[in-house]
Design a protein around this ligand. Structure first.
Ligand code: WT7
Length: 639
């Protein structure tokens, strides 16, 4: 299928490919120079300390200034930066001048609380304007934010606060989700309880729901601090490599990784990709990315990319079904959204509800559609294109990761002829390969591993506090190349198809979860002796969490005969990690399939979870284990 639309920018965009090919460094320097540099850079890349890159090293900039003041000074202060739509129906809009004023005050609040350059600030907020304001205020003073998704539990919050030694937490009384107020502050109280996070000196609390809050000596109302703060704040320049944020993501071990991003290179690529992948025309566009700022998509394509480009965007607090199933389409109609960026899992859930719901709204403003987070199946792609895009809007399927910081592989509207289900081509400036076990590039049609062969500006600079893990996870497997953890294949045209993770990382509704992390949550429950977790195909969520557990029967019996093992363990995982990690299914088994060296063979468990004939069992220490698991499941002796 081809997109038949002519784009004004067609020529310029195809030029990007040839320019980047001819002179990759010159190309990135040109992109970086679209930002405002307080002190211009003279060096583009230093890769001599690989795998830690420095980009634009001797340049100095202020990230928040680039996202705010610069637009105001250019005479665009009246342009709307954020249209905020609250779930209960309240809305607020901020012009660039107003958003700048808020961030200046917030920067002064942070400074008055003793936050200095390099200090870590944890942000645990719902999708409200204060989340963006807080991030930009932290950036403005050269401090480092660590945003923690509001759906994470107190336990997860505590681990992350602790790992980064955050000095301040910014939270809210709660937010609105699924038609009701949902509290956030209690999780912060739990996380900080009994001095579990001694680094935290203060907690700033935004009033959103007006619900009851427990008040501690560290707590300060955001509104009071803002009212007392000075309105003026001058943005100072920081070196390009000044850390901007840490964002935790799941890896193959139980401990989340604090992915570190810095300033100049990150902002360069976030802004460049946002501009070109979404075919921006800033005057007329209204852009909406539905991601929460708790994920990388919300960092690069809500907070930084769009604001650096000075566009008008929509942010929405709640769930797509509140108070009715057409809420998203109503928002698009209300603000005349022209660019929509969302995840396949959302598209599939709308598909299931049927086209009659979006058909009730005027979606004619839509011009470009984006997809991110997981492979988009061709059915969902076609539905998205036809029902939401009216067969006019091209779809950009964007592949990237928390680690890559910004989009890496994606068609460019008007240049690339799109193909349902394929992320297609590395964007100009990026060199992506599909390699075999030996790291050598494969021929088209052969499946292998996705790698990035050359450093890029928004690449992670490390894992917070763990340089060894950084080296081992991404660089040791294929020396000289970044190993993404995804399987991939190029088709006969050379277009890239992402085949999913090749490690023990799952992708549930576009969110990354680690098997090991959920396993350790399960075994922390007294009833569980051993656990193995796999991601099984799921029609709605892409993958779903399926857990196999060996119970400590004496403990379960002690809890009484009516113990609901499945429910208790699912709730336990939600409490330990967050509701997104809750297993779809808990399967009680007597044994787990292991190799002779004791490694759990998750591949075989995946066969069971996906109802497939069980694969090769010859490497198992005990080859009868799988037949006893299948027999037990077939007999229904399970929860
Ligand atoms: C993993 C990264 C990138 C922001 C959201 C997720 C998968 C991401 C695609 C896509 C196929 C995709 C990969 C990747 N993924 N985008 N367009 N097609 N798979 O960020 O949590 O860091 O997860 O998401 O498996 O490795 P993340």
């Amino acid at each position: 299928m081809s997109d038949s639309f002519e784009y004004l920018a067609r020529e310029t965009k195809s030029d990007l490919y040839s320019k980047a090919k001819k002179d990759r460094m010159g190309f990135w320097a040109e992109q970086a120079n679209q930002l405002h540099w307080h002190k211009p850079f003279t060096k583009t890349l230093d890769w001599s300390a690989a795998p830690v890159a420095t980009w634009f090293e001797d340049g100095e900039l202020n990230v928040a200034y680039n996202c705010l003041d610069r637009h105001v000074l250019a005479g665009n202060g009246e342009r709307i930066a954020l249209h905020f739509e609250g779930e209960p129906g309240d809305s607020r809009s901020y012009s660039y001048a107003e958003l700048t004023a808020e961030v200046k005050r917030a920067a002064n609040v942070l400074t008055s609380l003793g936050i200095e350059r390099g200090d870590r600030v944890a942000i645990y907020l719902p999708m409200i304007p204060e989340a963006v304001i807080a991030m930009l205020a932290v950036a403005r003073i050269g401090a480092i934010h660590s945003v923690i998704f509001g759906g994470f539990s107190a336990e997860s919050l505590a681990t992350r606060i602790h790992d980064a030694d955050a000095k301040l937490v910014i939270t809210a009384d709660g937010g609105f989700r699924r038609g009701k107020a949902s509290a956030l502050k209690p999780a912060v109280d739990d996380a900080l309880g009994e001095n579990a996070c001694p680094s935290v000196e203060n907690v700033l609390v935004v009033k959103r729901t007006g619900g009851e809050v427990n008040w501690t000596a560290k707590d300060i109302w955001w509104s009071e601090a803002m009212a007392a703060a000075d309105a003026e704040h001058e943005a100072h320049a920081f070196p390009a490599e000044n850390p901007l944020f840490i964002l935790y993501t799941s890896g193959t071990t139980g401990k989340p990784k604090g992915i570190l991003h810095t300033s100049g290179g990150y902002l360069t690529q976030a802004a460049y990709t946002h501009r070109n992948v979404f075919d921006l025309r800033s005057e007329s566009d209204v852009y909406w990315c539905t991601a929460d700022v708790g994920w990388i998509t919300g960092h690069s394509y809500v907070a930084y990319g769009p604001l650096a480009n000075g566009v008008t965007q929509v942010i929405y607090e709640g769930t797509p079904d509140a108070p009715h199933q057409g809420r998203w389409w109503e928002i698009i109609e209300k603000y005349r959204v022209s660019i929509l960026y969302t995840a396949p899992t959302a598209i599939r859930s709308f598909m299931k509800l049927g086209r009659s719901i979006p058909d009730k709204f005027d979606l004619s403003s839509i011009r470009v559609l984006g997809s991110v987070g997981e492979p988009i199946n061709p059915e969902a792609w076609l539905w998205y294109s036809e029902v939401i895009g009216g067969n006019r809007a091209p779809i950009v399927d964007t592949w990237w990761q928390t680690e890559t910081g910004a989009i890496m592989i994606s068609p460019l509207p008007g240049v690339t002829t799109t193909k349902p289900g394929s992320a297609q081509v590395a964007i100009p400036g990026i060199v992506a390969k599909v390699v075999g076990e030996d790291g050598v590039e494969l021929a088209n049609e052969e499946s292998g591993y996705l790698t990035i062969a050359e450093p890029w500006p928004s690449m992670l600079r490390g894992i917070w506090g763990d340089p060894k893990r950084f080296q081992e996870t991404y660089w040791d497997r294929f020396p000289g190349q970044y190993f993404a953890g995804d399987g991939a294949k190029k088709d006969a045209d050379g277009d890239i198809w992402i085949l999913g993770r090749v490690d023990d990382v799952m992708n549930v509704s576009g969110h990354r979860l680690s098997s090991a992390e959920i396993e350790s949550a399960l075994v922390s429950h007294p009833w569980v002796a051993e656990a193995a977790v796999v991601g099984a195909n799921d029609e709605m969520t892409g993958q779903a969490v399926v857990a196999f557990v060996i119970l400590r029967l004496d403990q379960v019996e002690a809890a009484g005969s009516d113990a609901d093992v499945s429910r208790v363990l699912r709730e336990h995982v939600a409490k330990e990690i967050g509701p997104i990690a809750k297993p779809r299914q808990i399967m009680v088994v007597a044994e787990l399939p292991k190799t002779r060296s004791g490694k759990i063979m998750r591949r075989l468990l995946r066969d069971v979870a996906e109802d497939r004939p069980i694969g090769d069992v010859t490497t198992l220490a005990d080859t009868t284990v799988m037949s006893s698991i299948s027999a037990k499941l077939a007999a229904g002796a399970n929860d």
